[in-house]
Design a protein around this ligand. Structure first.
Ligand code: AMP
Length: 434
C-alpha cells in the first residue's frame, strides 16, 4: 500500500477517464453555446454566508457537508467554504456585477468542481464535477421547459439512454407555508412513529421529511398530504404551463408529488433526473429547479430564476454501467525513431516541427536500439514510424507504415503533408483533448 493516497472521497482521473470527462465537458460547452448560456467561472470558495443563506442553514449541505476553509495562519476574520454547488456563487456574481441591468433573463453556465464533506460511497464523492446551467430573470414556465429540454439533450448527446425527469411543484411563498403547516400537523400526530432524525426535521425543515430515504418513512410519506393538491392558483397555472410546454416538446416526465429537493431556496418547479432502472437518491444524475427567492435572499432585487446541476461523475458512472467506455485516448500518428540511438536532438527536432504543423507525433527519446524503438512505437499503436537514418543528411527519412508494414523514402519537407494525407480524418487538433 503506497504511503500517500488521494484523500477519501476524492479520486484521480487517469487519462482515460479524464478523456471521457473532457468529452462530457465539450458536449456541455457546445450545447451551452447553441442554447445561448455562456460560461461563467466563480471562485471555488466563497464567504460561508453565501452558502448559509443561499443554500439554507438547515440543509445537510450546510449543516454537515461544508468544507470550511481558514485563511493562512488563521488570523483571517472571514469565514470561507469550498463551494458545495454553483448556484449560490453564480447568483452572488449576478448581483455583484449588476447583471440585473442587462436584458433578462441572464443565461449562464458553469462546469466545475464542487465539494461536500459527505460520507463517501459509490457515486457520492467529496470532490465532484457538475455542469450547472442557470437562467436568471424569467418567471417561466416556458424557460423551465427550455432548461429541462437542455438537460435531456445533454444526456442523449453524451449517450446516457433512458433518462427520466421526476417533476414536482413545491409552491411558493403564497401557498407553501399553509401546506407545510398541514404537513407538520400530519407528521406531528404521528411523531411517535418517526425515526430520530426525522423528528429533528419536523422542527427544522419539515418539507424535507418527504425527502427521507428511511424505509420506516415510506408508508407515512405515501399517505401524507400532497403539495400539488394545495398549490395556489398562480403556482397551479405555472405547473400546468410547464407540463404543456414539455408535452409540446415531446418530452416525457414523471410527476413525483413527494419530490422536494434538499435545498431550501427552491420554489415551484423542482426536478431530478434518473436513469431508468436505477433507484435511490445517490443515483440522481442531475437535478434542479426554480429559485425565485434566492436573488433577493442574497441582497439583490426580487428576481425569478431557474437552473440545473448535472453530476458529471454520475454521468460517467451511468455510461460505464451501460458498457459505454469508449475513450478519446489517442494513439500518436507517428513516432520519430532513429538509427543512431544517441541522436535524440534530431528526433526531437523532427517531432517538434510536425507538432507545430498540428500533428500528434512523439519522439523516441530513450537511447536504445532502433529495433527496440520500433517495437515501442508499434506497442503505442502509432500508425507510422519516421526513421531518421543516413538519408537525413540529404533531407529525407524513411516513413514506415507500422500497420501495413510498408516503408518508403520521404522528403522531410513533405512529411507533414504526407502524414496528414495518410491519416485523413485522424487529425489531432488542439480542441480534440485527451
Ligand atoms: P444537488 O445539488 O445535491 O441536487 O446535486 C446536483 C447533482 O450533482 C446530483 O443530481 C448529482 O448528480 C450530483 N451530485 C451531488 N452530490 C454529489 C456527490 N457527493 N458526488 C457526486 N455527484 C454528486
Amino acid at each position: 500500500m503506497p504511503r500517500y493516497q488521494a484523500p477519501r472521497g476524492t479520486r484521480d482521473l487517469l487519462p482515460e477517464e479524464r478523456a471521457r470527462l473532457s468529452r462530457l465537458e465539450a458536449t456541455a460547452a457546445d450545447l451551452a453555446r447553441r442554447y445561448g448560456y455562456p460560461q461563467i467561472d466563480t471562485p471555488l470558495f466563497e464567504q460561508t454566508e453565501v452558502f448559509e443563506r443561499g443554500v439554507g442553514a438547515v440543509t445537510d449541505i450546510v449543516e454537515k457537508e461544508l468544507f470550511r476553509v481558514s485563511g493562512g495562519s488563521g488570523g483571517e476574520e472571514e469565514r470561507w467554504a469550498l463551494r458545495p454547488e454553483a448556484t449560490a456563487g453564480i447568483v452572488r456574481a449576478y448581483i455583484q456585477h449588476g447583471m440585473q441591468t442587462l436584458a433578462q433573463p441572464v443565461r449562464l453556465s458553469l462546469v466545475g468542481e464542487m465539494f461536500r464533506y459527505d460520507r463517501p460511497q459509490a457515486g457520492r464523492y467529496r470532490q465532484f464535477r457538475q455542469w450547472d446551467v442557470e437562467a436568471i430573470g424569467d418567471a417561466g414556465p416556458a424557460i423551465d421547459a427550455e432548461i429541462l429540454e437542455l438537460a435531456y439533450r445533454f444526456y442523449s448527446d453524451v449517450g446516457v439512454m433512458g433518462v427520466e425527469a421526476h417533476l414536482n411543484s413545491i409552491g411558493d411563498r403564497a401557498c407553501r407555508p399553509a401546506y407545510v403547516e398541514r404537513l407538520v400537523d400530519y407528521f406531528g400526530k404521528r411523531e411517535s412513529q418517526l425515526p430520530g432524525l426525522e423528528r429533528h426535521r419536523l422542527r427544522s425543515n419539515p418539507l424535507r421529511l418527504l425527502d427521507s430515504k428511511d424505509p420506516a418513512m415510506a408508508g407515512l410519506i405515501a399517505a401524507a398530504p400532497r403539495i400539488t393538491d394545495h398549490l395556489c392558483d398562480a403556482c397551479r397555472e405555472h405547473f400546468d404551463g410547464l407540463q404543456a410546454h414539455l408535452s409540446a416538446l415531446g418530452l416525457t416526465f414523471r410527476l413525483e408529488p413527494t419530490l422536494v429537493r434538499g435545498l431550501d431556496y427552491y420554489t415551484r418547479t423542482v426536478f431530478e433526473f434518473y436513469v431508468e432502472g436505477q433507484h435511490g437518491q445517490q443515483d440522481a444524475v442531475g437535478s434542479g429547479g426554480r429559485y425565485d427567492g434566492l436573488v433577493e435572499l442574497l441582497g439583490g432585487r426580487p428576481t425569478p430564476a431557474i437552473g440545473f446541476a448535472l453530476g458529471l461523475d454520475r454521468v460517467l458512472l451511468a455510461l460505464a454501467d451501460a458498457g459505454s467506455t469508449s475513450t478519446d485516448a489517442r494513439h500518436p500518428t507517428a513516432v520519430v525513431v532513429g538509427a543512431n540511438p544517441s541522436d535524440t536532438a534530431t528526433r526531437l527536432t523532427v517531432a517538434t516541427q510536425l507538432r507545430a504543423a498540428g500533428l500528434f507525433v512523439r519522439a523516441e527519446l530513450a537511447s536504445r536500439k532502433l529495433s527496440r524503438q520500433l517495437e515501442g512505437a508499434a506497442r503505442e499503436g502509432s500508425h507510422f514510424a519516421i526513421i531518421v537514418g543516413d538519408e537525413f543528411e540529404s533531407g529525407q527519412v524513411q516513413l514506415k507504415d507500422l500497420q501495413a508494414g510498408t516503408q518508403r523514402l520521404v522528403n522531410v519537407a513533405d512529411l507533414a503533408r504526407e502524414l496528414e494525407r495518410a491519416e485523413g480524418s485522424h487529425r489531432h487538433g488542439p480542441a480534440a483533448g485527451g
